[in-house]
Design a protein around this ligand. Sequence first.
Ligand code: NCD
Length: 381
Amino acid sequence: MKYIILHNGHIKIYKRENSKYWQMRIKAPRRKAIRESTGCKILKDAKSIATNRYNTLTFEKKYVSINKESQHQYNGKHLLGIKNLNKNEINYILDYAQQFIEFNNQKIKKDNILKGRSIFNVFFEDSTRTRTSFEIAAKRLGADLINVSVKDSSINKGETLLDTIITIGSLDPDLLIIRHPEYGVSEMISNTINASVINAGDGSHEHPTQALLDALTIKNKIGKFKDLKIAICGDILHSRVARSNIYILKKLGAKINLVGPRTLIPEDINKLGVSVYYDMKNGLKDCDIVMMLRIQKERILGIHIPSEKDYFIEYGLDFQKLKYAKKNALVMHPGPMNRGVEIDSKVADDVTRSLIQSQVSMGVAIRMACLKILIDNKDIN
Ligand code: NCD
């Protein structure tokens, strides 16, 4: 008997031995069981019936790889950055996360699809929101989440890092979530260890789940990326969020303006196919979304800005500067915010314009999707 299981086991399409027909069994998310025989001669028909019924569902290759012709697949065992993902892979993860948005609106937010799986949050840098977001995501799927906080104070950093990873590796983890102040550390760990690895931020390099959750927020609010004009403003130089977002939003079809002081924008950044502006008035013109970035005080080694007050006057987003963008332009910020430095509280807290709260809840859905997809892929590989 051949079968594929969709949507965490809620929909099954299967074919008995010697039967010409595919059959479909649907168990709706709220445990209401619907059974039906589709009589479909080919899997494609069965698939379209299933997706029509639940249009947010995506197909998951789980037991049998019948699903070869699927347009949207991510087969990777790790998620280290957005740069090397293609549009189909990105869309697959976004579609997959959609089911968890609904799931997270339920009163009881608990499933067991990752029951008994061990996930480690290994943070070599301070973090509250990303660490908590991964923790909630893992727990909602039934996994065991272990928080390891390693403030990197040792002189011999290399040895500390390796020791920590070897120790965690001997505990047979399924997935490690790594945050580290240096470029490429999660990739190095992914080459050392058997578990799946998610890069939760490596220095100023990449932060892929943040970019995915930002894309999911835009997708659910606006419904498209093509022809959207998005301004990413502030400390581009030190921002992994900016880099991952440039990659993802461009791959999905948006146009990007980068806006900030010369000292905080890398000189060669226009190689990535973005437009660069050094003032908010020109940079925000015709933009649908204004994405503000935190001034990364911990990474600013020289003096890049005159004073926080002056920075706010030139680049801080208040309602006056927001008027330079399109009439109903929306505002985003990955958090944590420096209120009164890069963003005015009135703008940040205006729920008619600000998507900041939505970004936080989309973060949990995206991380649930990433955990499930990567652990499934690790099992298959
Ligand atoms: C971002 C990060 O750490 O890169 N924050 C986050 O993931 N919650 C952005 C930032 O720190 O400014």
